[in-house]
Design a protein around this ligand. Structure first.
Ligand code: ZN
Length: 275
C-alpha cells in the first residue's frame, strides 16, 4: 500500500452541501467556511428551492459564486431524481432534465453525477442506459447509491451495475448505509470494510463518508463514539487503488456542531492512517 501526503489527499477531498441542509442557505458565506476549513471542492446536494441544477443560467451564477467563495463543484448529488415506477412521458422529461444537469455540471468543471434512484425497475434501467450514452466520450462518471432498505444494498446495486456493465457507471458507496444480515453496519466491524470493498471491486466510483454512531449516520467523521473503522477503510481504498473523490457527507447544525472543521481535519488524519 502506498502512503500519501496530506496535500495529495486534500486534492481528492470534497464536502457535501448537506452540511447546510435545512438550516443555512448555500451562499457565498457558507461556502467560504468550507474553503476556510482547507477543502476546496463541494458535492452539490440538489436544493431546488435555492438553485436549479438543470438550468444553465442558474448554475452559471451559482458556479461563479462558488469561485468567489474559493470552492469548485466536483459532483452533483441529484437526490430528487427518483425514476422508479415512472411512465414513459414522465421518464422522458426526467431524462432530459438529468441531461441538462450533467451539462451544467460539466460547465462548472465537475465530473461526477448520482441520483438516489430507489428500487431498480425498467424506468431506472432506461434512465441509466440513456445517461450512459449521453456521457460516453466525456470524463463524467455516473453513480448509484446504496441504501439500508432491502433491495438497495451494495450487492443489489452491484447486480444492477453488472447488467449495464459500463466503465462510466459505478457504485456510490455510502458507508453509513451498509448493512449485513444481522442488521449491523459492516463498516463498523473490524474486517467488515475489506469484505465490502472486495465486493465492489472495479465498480466503485464515489464514496459518501461520515461518522456512524448508535445506528445513526451523517455524524462528523471521527466524532466521539464514531464506530466507522476509518483506518481499515482508508487503507482498503488505497489498496484497491480507488481513484474517485473522498467526499464527506456529514450533517451540520442544528444536528452537529463543528462538522465542517472536523471534515477539514480529515486529509491530515487520513495521511496518518496510511503511514
Ligand atoms: Zn449518501
Amino acid at each position: 500500500m502506498q502512503s500519501a501526503s496530506t496535500e495529495d489527499i486534500r486534492e481528492r477531498c470534497s464536502i457535501s452541501t448537506i452540511v447546510f441542509w435545512g438550516y443555512a442557505p448555500v451562499d457565498e458565506k457558507a461556502l467560504g467556511r468550507i474553503a476556510q476549513a482547507g477543502i476546496d471542492r463541494i458535492e452539490l446536494l440538489e436544493s431546488p428551492e435555492q438553485f436549479d441544477m438543470a438550468d444553465r443560467d442558474s448554475m452559471r451564477g451559482f458556479a461563479a459564486m462558488c469561485r468567489r467563495a474559493g470552492v469548485s463543484i466536483a459532483a452533483y448529488h441529484a437526490h430528487k431524481v427518483k425514476p422508479t415506477g415512472m411512465g414513459s412521458g414522465d421518464l422522458e422529461k426526467l431524462t432530459d432534465a438529468c441531461k441538462r444537469q450533467i451539462e451544467t455540471l460539466q460547465e462548472a468543471g465537475g465530473d461526477f453525477w448520482a441520483s438516489h434512484a430507489r428500487m431498480v425497475d425498467d424506468s431506472v434501467f432506461r434512465l441509466h442506459e440513456n445517461l450512459i450514452r449521453f456521457v460516453e466520450g466525456t470524463r463524467v462518471r455516473l453513480g448509484i447509491e446504496n441504501f439500508i432498505q432491502p433491495g438497495l444494498w451494495v450487492k443489489d446495486r452491484l447486480a444492477f451495475l453488472k447488467k449495464l456493465d459500463h466503465p462510466q457507471l459505478g457504485l456510490l458507496l455510502d458507508i453509513g448505509h451498509v448493512r449485513d444480515e444481522s442488521g449491523r453496519n459492516p463498516m463498523t466491524i473490524p474486517g467488515g470494510s475489506a469484505d465490502i470493498l472486495d465486493l465492489c471491486a472495479g465498480r466503485l466510483v464515489h464514496v459518501h463518508l461520515h461518522g456512524f454512531k448508535d445506528g445513526v449516520d451523517h455524524h462528523p467523521p471521527l466524532c466521539q463514539g464514531d464506530g466507522i473503522q476509518w483506518q481499515e477503510l482508508m487503507r482498503g481504498l488505497w489498496k484497491t487503488d480507488y481513484r474517485g473523490y473522498l467526499n464527506f457527507e456529514s450533517q451540520g447544525l442544528p444536528h452537529h456542531e463543528g462538522s465542517i472543521g472536523k471534515m477539514g481535519e480529515m486529509p491530515e488524519k487520513i495521511a496518518a492512517m496510511l503511514r
